[in-house]
Design a binder for this molecule. Structure first.
Ligand SMILES: [Zn+2]
Length: 174
């Protein structure tokens, strides 16, 4: 099998003064990352994971939106009463600050999660990752700049022959 390399560049969406997402998010399938700010330490029950103590700082959550990025990320813009995913619980206390999107027809959330794992601290074990091989899909950094710097770099995805994803080799942007 011939290995292929692929550069991935996320698109950064912010909130305008009236709460609208700018630039608007496409409804094509893809991967998204939520940049979430937690101002103070919080203890919170996160579904099956139980009670978790979250440190103040910035969090990056990786998810897939194979049914459309706009529809999926829209669900995070409104307050929710019904908790379904781990991230729904965390967004009760965390403030969604920015959204990053990456269009793709293939599911890439675990690949992106692997890349983030090399640069950020895992926040909570198995968060958003109960049915995949990842350690977590939620990462932590004390400063926002740390996360943004990584997401603004082109992440190099090099799928290995066995279907797992290899870390970026020498010469990558890290
Ligand atoms: Zn995963």
């Amino acid at each position: 099998m011939k290995a292929f390399e692929e550069d991935t560049q996320f698109k950064n969406h912010i909130f305008s003064f009236n709460g609208k997402v700018y630039p608007p998010i496409t409804n094509k399938p893809g991967t998204y990352i939520l940049l979430i700010y937690l101002p103070v330490k919080q203890k919170l029950r996160v579904g099956s994971l139980g009670e978790i103590a979250f440190s103040p700082g910035y969090y990056a959550y990786v998810g897939s939106a194979m049914g459309g990025l706009r529809g999926r990320t829209n669900r995070y813009l409104k307050p929710r009463k019904k908790m379904h995913w781990h991230i729904d619980y965390f967004l009760q206390v965390g403030q969604l600050k920015e959204i990053f999107t990456l269009e793709s027809k293939q599911k890439k959330e675990c690949t992106i999660s692997c890349l983030l794992a090399q640069n950020l601290l895992p926040a909570v074990i198995r968060f958003g990752a109960t049915d995949c091989p990842c350690f977590t899909h939620l990462y932590f950094a004390p400063e926002k700049t740390h996360i943004k710097k990584i997401l603004k770099t082109k992440l190099k995805v090099i799928p290995a022959a066995n279907g797992h994803f290899a870390p970026p080799g020498p010469g990558s942007d890290y």
